[in-house]
Design a protein around this ligand. Structure first.
Ligand SMILES: *Cc1c(COP(=O)(O)O)cnc(C)c1O
Length: 368
């Protein structure tokens, strides 16, 4: 065993979560969101484990190219679309679907001459006010794209701003706007991220009741595939999901610190009694946030032990009072099975999405 941090990735858990999410959205097709290196889980290997998905979705052209380079030939959707004619040609050549969300992108497609037609997801801004055109602009945009020789299939898309808020009227309003727009539109639609799939099933199903010949309905889960909850008040396992990543490391020293002494940079932690302290090989250089407060749990020999002292670049210090038999060489779990990333993210004042995305490049991902 190497005395450094690693991330164990469970392919079986990825497949379990994919099946579980499908169960929540019968009749829908599924694009697996694998942007940002599959939320830190490793793009290509995660996509291979998720090859039962109907398509992959990524944020950047480079991510889509990495999938093709690995021999993954499924449909790939570029969620931010493309900028510039080179990437547009590339998308056509590699058969990437592109999202179109702006006047500039519509104009570029109208003028483009491409090696083959590109399939387009026209994005509507139904209230998030990040990307997308206004619903009122849909007829003109659809007409312009419909006339372009560069455009193959035209489909409709929107994105939710707060689907994780189960009793907020915003999501219903967004679904309503999309539904009204879809009425006069022949083509597939996609709207649901993880939170919407898990919390707004009835509303999505009633939208999906529109006649089949108008096109398929697609869901777009990301975080739930990795076994992590999109909701602030529930964990993945509480939703029937299995955590995919174990972020782990090793105790590289165990020592006694005397009462009255301080531990680590800035002397943040004061030992009130004599105590056993473990030093584990993981720090903010590995993606374990510097902002972690004293008391944040790790697991040693299956038991919780609290962080004691500031996180260093390559190390953390742990109060081992609750695990007196702990020894140098023991594994330390930073988050994963038995220690939800959701809980650790909350301790650090962030969201679990950011935690897993931030696991740094020097951390080897192993698959099991
Ligand atoms: C990231 C992303 C998703 C997936 O969201 P999750 O909350 O991770 O399920 C879906 N759609 C778009 C447009 C996204 O950017």
């Amino acid at each position: 065993m190497r005395a450094s941090a690693g991330a164990r990735i469970r392919s079986a858990a990825l497949r379990h979560n994919l099946a579980e999410i499908r169960r929540h959205a019968p009749g829908h097709l599924l694009m697996a969101v694998v942007k940002a290196d599959a939320y830190g889980h490793g793009l290509v290997e995660s996509a291979r484990a998720l090859d039962g998905a109907d398509a992959f979705a990524v944020a950047r052209v480079e991510e889509a190219m990495a999938l093709r380079a690995a021999g993954l030939m499924q449909r790939v959707v570029l969620l931010e679309g493309v900028f510039g004619s080179d990437d547009l040609s590339l998308a056509a050549r590699e058969r990437f679907d592109i999202v179109v969300h702006s006047e500039e992108q519509i104009a570029a497609l109208a003028d483009a001459s491409l090696p083959r037609q590109v399939d387009v997801w026209l994005k509507l801004d139904t209230g998030m006010h990040r990307l997308g055109i206004e619903p009122a602009e849909l007829p003109a945009a659809a007409a312009a794209l419909g006339q372009s020789a560069a455009v193959g299939r035209l489909r409709l898309m929107t994105h939710f701003a707060q689907a994780e808020a189960r009793d907020d009227p915003m999501t219903v309003a967004q679904i309503g706007l999309l539904a009204a727009s879809a009425e006069a539109f022949d083509g597939a639609v996609t709207l649901a991220n993880s939170a919407a799939v898990l919390a707004w099933r009835r509303e999505l199903e009633s939208l999906a009741q529109r006649p089949r010949e108008h096109g398929e309905h697609w869901i777009r889960p990301g975080i739930a595939l990795y076994g992590i909850s999109p909701f602030p008040d529930r964990t993945g396992p509480e939703l029937g999901l299995r955590p995919v990543m174990d972020f782990h490391t090793v105790l590289i020293a165990v020592k006694t610190v005397r009462a009255g002494e301080r531990i680590g940079y800035g002397g943040r932690f004061l030992a009130e009694t004599d105590m056993r302290v473990g030093v584990a090989a993981a720090g903010y250089g590995d993606g374990y946030p510097w902002s972690m407060p004293d008391g944040t749990p790790v697991l040693v020999r299956g038991r919780r032990a609290p962080l004691a002292g500031r996180v260093s670049m390559d190390m953390i210090t742990i109060d081992l009072s609750a695990v007196p038999e702990a020894r140098t060489g023991d594994e330390v779990l930073l988050w994963g099975e038995g220690l939800p990333a959701e809980e650790i993210a909350a301790a650090a004042g962030t969201i679990p999405y950011e935690l897993v995305c931030r696991v740094s490049r020097r951390v080897p991902r192993t698959r099991g």
